[in-house]
Unconditional design. Structure first.
Ligand code: SF4
Ligand code: SF4
Length: 246
């Protein structure tokens, strides 16, 4: 019997995906949310709007950059200072029509381009913390061993009255390598939730030099480079963060 390969694992860079509902893909950069037949009606019904009012407020006709053909797409919010924010996004990361969202949104990141084109994959990964690259075991072991040496040199996390994850969850950033290491080696130690798994930002005040050294481990070992909010990265690796902080 043929076994189906997970969609992300069959892509040009193998990855697993778990959406964090962070709204990054709905709120930044250039691009279009294409609408297919029947989706205006579905979205209008989900929002409780007459079709004409929905189209007037939320739909635009734009040329498809691939072939110039006019297509329907969702509008961007008029009040977004830098554009790129979907007009259906509410607050920081809530889609007003999530259960009826267009197929274009529901299928991300399993778009053909992302699965087949390395540059498109990197662009998607830069936006989406839910994409976790699958790292070969030999690369993982080597990179984790080098990171453990670096942590030993830098010393343990600077633990205050509360875990860094609770004090500044939005500000704490790390590489994918640090997050992978944290997910594998975290052990609550006093107030610190990560203990020996804590990233550079929890260990030294000025993390620039530490970050450069992690980048050099990535390059030496071929570890996929990723960087983002530690909380998002950990959540994408199945590390439970609930029970404290924001
Ligand atoms: S329709 Fe919803 S899921 Fe799609 S881009 Fe807009 S806010 Fe995001
Ligand atoms: S950027 Fe990724 S993780 Fe965030 S809402 Fe979009 S698909 Fe989900």
């Amino acid at each position: 019997m043929e076994t189906a390969i997970e969609r992300g694992l069959a892509g040009v860079v193998p990855f697993r995906f778990a959406c964090h509902r962070c709204g990054h893909c709905c709120s930044g950069g250039e691009g279009f949310v294409w609408l297919e037949e029947g989706e205006c009606e579905r979205l209008a019904a989900a929002l409780g709007l007459p079709l004409a009012a929905f189209v007037d407020r939320h739909v635009r006709r734009v040329p498809d950059p691939r072939d110039g053909r006019p297509r329907l797409a969702l509008r961007e919010a008029a009040d977004a200072p830098s554009g790129g924010r979907c007009s259906l996004l509410e607050g920081r990361n809530t889609c007003r029509a999530y259960s009826a969202r267009p197929r274009h949104c529901a299928e991300f990141p399993y778009w053909d381009g992302v699965l087949r084109d390395p540059a498109a994959f990197e662009a998607a990964r830069a936006t989406c913390p839910g994409i976790a690259v699958v790292v070969p075991q030999v690369v993982r072991e080597r990179a984790h061993a080098e990171l453990a040496l670096l942590y030993a040199e830098l010393g343990g996390p600077r633990v205050g009255a509360a875990c860094c994850l609770d004090r500044g969850r939005d500000e704490l950033h790390a590489t994918g390598l640090e997050a992978d290491y944290a997910a594998a080696h975290a052990r609550p130690t006093g107030a610190c939730r990560l203990g020996p798994g804590a990233p550079i930002a929890c260990r030294i005040e000025d993390g620039e030099e530490g970050l450069a050294r992690v980048r050099s481990i990535e390059r030496r070992t071929g570890y996929p480079a990723a960087y983002g909010r530690l909380a998002d990265l950990l959540r994408g690796r199945g590390f439970a963060l609930e029970g404290g902080g924001a």
